[in-house]
Design a protein around this ligand. Structure first.
Ligand SMILES: [Zn+2]
Length: 332
């Protein structure tokens, strides 16, 4: 089984949309369909990437997988869905989660999706992975790392998706395939390269560490894009059973007006959203009071104690660091 050096997190943009959508005030309703659309697209993409992770686990132990890698070459960020580090090469994998039929137009270099009577055009994934390969090579030079052969793959997440190329006389390039076939093809390519001398394992380990240490969380400037002002967002604890903000404080606990007591995980997730939106890692009493819509400082402190926030030493701030972040994630 291959080694995964980090676990795939829910995309930051999707986390932001999850925080923003239920908190939009009425005067923003016109933007809501676009936000929901973006969230559903990201959710589909995320599901496809997790499917890829599942299949990449099948690779043998000589392979290291780094999911969701964003690196920067001269200020320019480039995001790759997965990198597979093998003894002989590096494999960049891009996942496409598109339904219906998709046509790779090899001449115009575009991707055309036809689904439920709709036709949509996208940037060609081939151009995209070629660019990622070029960037990754430059990044290796920038970091003064030993260059390695770089291959790329375009993994189609849904087996129900029909893959076509234009002109139809051309064959589908071998690096485009359904997600479940990718590990086998990578192993096969590795077997073909066996006669080449592999790089020393300590050098490979060093390169892997460098990539992991330099990777950042990819995000677009979502709030700016949709012209959403943070101050306009509705406040309160989000009950994740009903997806409503109608909650009240009562005797050190939070209750949802619709379904009863709100679990601690939901309160922590609400605080996590505040920190994500404000790009901060610690939170002050007043911010907690305001964001959770609690009446006074005394009640706020009582709630903080109940949910077990960790105090930052020597200042009046709190952190979620000691709380297992995975427990905040609802079934995705
Ligand atoms: Zn509820």
């Amino acid at each position: 089984m291959s080694l995964f050096v980090r676990f795939r997190k829910k995309p930051v943009d999707l986390q932001l949309l999850d925080a923003v959508i239920p908190r939009l005030p009425p005067n923003y309703q016109s933007v809501l369909p676009r936000l929901k659309n973006a969230a559903s697209r990201l959710q589909k993409g995320y599901a496809g990437e997790k499917k890829l992770d599942y299949h990449l686990h099948q690779l043998s132990k000589n392979f290291t997988v780094i999911p969701d890698v964003t690196l920067r070459w001269k200020q320019q960020p480039f995001q790759m869905d997965s990198l597979v580090i093998s003894p002989h090469a590096i494999h960049i994998i891009s996942v496409k989660s598109l339904e219906g039929s998709i046509t790779f137009d090899l001449q115009q270099r575009i991707l055309i999706q036809e689904s439920r009577g709709h036709v949509q055009r996208y940037e060609c994934p081939i151009t995209q992975v070629e660019r990622h390969k070029a960037f990754l090579m430059k990044w290796f030079d920038q970091q003064k790392l030993i260059r390695r052969p770089i291959y790329y793959w375009i993994a189609i997440a849904e087996t129900a998706t029909q893959i076509k190329v234009n002109p139809s006389t051309e064959k589908i390039p071998p690096y485009i395939d359904y997600v479940e076939n990718i590990p086998y093809k990578i192993e096969q390519m590795e077997a073909n390269n066996k006669h080449h001398h592999p790089l020393d394992t300590s050098v490979i380990a060093y390169q892997t560490k460098m990539i992991v240490n330099h990777t950042e969380d990819f995000q677009t400037n979502l709030l700016k894009k949709y012209k959403i002002k943070l101050a306009d967002l509705r406040k309160g604890v989000l009950c994740r059973t009903c997806y409503r903000l109608e909650t009240i404080y009562r005797y050190g606990k939070i209750h949802c007006k619709n379904c009863g007591r709100v679990p601690t995980a939901d309160i922590l997730a609400t605080l996590d959203q505040f920190m994500l939106l404000h790009k901060i890692s610690t939170i002050k009493n007043e911010q907690i009071m305001h964001w959770l819509q609690i009446n006074n400082r005394h009640q706020t402190l009582r709630l903080i104690k109940n949910i077990g926030l960790q105090k930052v030493p020597n200042c009046r701030k709190w952190q979620l660091e000691n709380i297992d972040k995975k427990s905040l994630a609802k079934v995705e």
